[in-house]
Design a binder for this molecule. Sequence first.
Ligand code: F6R
Length: 260
Amino acid sequence: MEVVIVDGPDEAGILVGGAVAALVDATPTAVLGLATGSSPVVVYRDLARRHVAGDLSLARVQAFLLDEYVGLPPDHPQSYRSFIARELEARVDLADAAVQAPDIQSDDLVAACAAYEREIAAAGGVDLQLLGIGTDGHIGFNEPGSSLASRTRIKTLTDQTRRDNARFFASLDEVPRHVVTQGVGTILEARHLVLLAFGAAKAAAVAAAVEGPVTAMVPGSALQLHPHATVVVDEPAAAGLHLAGYYRETWAHKPSWQGL
Ligand code: F6R
């Protein structure tokens, strides 16, 4: 696992946006895994800047959402499908039809989850998966206790996650209890995982995921099992990392040809 400690979210956006741009440059038909929430927004802004500058086209890219709330209409402003349409599709040349999400309107959610897994496989798998991390250590919406082998399925949000996400809704009561999320096992099949975390509220979860034991109680710790995982954090989110000095030293002396 590579840990990069940056000065702030904007620097992270440029760094990770650069990795996405390099991937798409090499493979214009790349498959991206998209996270929502506040952490990846700086990456989407950076991709938009590159697109406006004429340096990036996502016209041939396919994308898969990491998760989606159950119970919100698709056009609800806080549905993750709406979020991606607003934060990314509206700013770049990524076609709406190229972005897939779990079909949470289906009458048969179990079948819809299985179909989503098949769609990801049919696309050849995800090349680069963007991730955030919850204050309780979740990735996607795999809450503590999620099997490290789990696949796309319905999950119940913890109270902590619902409270954290209440800032996006008019009240706590409006935050859905259920979600469909790619499983930890699904996420681990992406070829490159890039997790972003900013702010002191994430410090404990980042430390547990990066330096703690691999455990279903901290789903983010599954990144330790992945051969190509990159964790990009700002100083407050890095505050609990024992090896922070080593990560800084490694990054400062990284051969320039290596990339992320
Ligand atoms: C979102 C997702 C979640 C968030 C996490 C952090 O698609 O899967 O795991 O990444 O809850 O959210 P923010 O970035 O809003 O702090």
